[in-house]
Ligand binder design. Sequence first.
Ligand SMILES: [Zn+2]
Length: 263
Amino acid sequence: MPNRKYYLAHREELLAKDKVRRKRHPPDREKQKRRNRAWYERNRDRLRELSRTPEAKERKRQKSKLYRQRHLGEERARDRARYPDRKEVAFARFKERYRSEPGYRERINADTAAYQREHKDLKKKWGKKYYDSHRDRESQRKKEAYRKNPEVFSARVRRYRESDPERCVELYRKIGDLRRTRERGAVGWYTRAQWMARVSFYGWKCYYCRVALTLKTLTRDHRIPLSRGGSAWPSNLVPACKKCNCSKHTRTEREFLQLKAAA
Ligand SMILES: [Zn+2]
């Protein structure tokens, strides 16, 4: 290319000349714009065709990637600022991609799993926070999942039951107890640890007849029954043998002790 060679050899000189010429005859910007526009109109289809080739798309992707890397701070701020408006759209697009793009789902799931492995404590915290703020939706989701695949759930329960049978019995009793608490409009709840602490405190003996108890014979008595306005707070719970618990029935602790003293 002789022209290029000439240009490179005389670059300074040519640029100076050009500068002078521009000063003398300032370029007509409007005319330039019109000319560019006309050229674009004439070549629009061809340009569009060109920009659709895979190479062009790849070039564009690389370019915007580079731009993003160079302006990461600003770009992030911009994304964050416009996220609330675009949330729905962004989520819909993500869902569509997750559903249909080959390999995308696997990649996302692997990334998520890796992240969760690295941040176990966060997962626990966020899981709870998420659950608390989506309680209805989550329980709906779980019910739906159970309806579709009950055997998965029962297998999971079976595994858990086999791994720690005693704890399971205790857990079921507690669930039933808390359900009855709610049904009777009573307040309060307790953890297994709190209940076990109560049992230990009373020396694994029936609160009323002092007979020794085991995990199998242990029952939970409400000193003031739920039906009489008692709560399910740990302070209202005492260990009792089955016999005492049944004969106490809906009496309060005081009424039952008086009855026993009279007998
Ligand atoms: Zn007893």
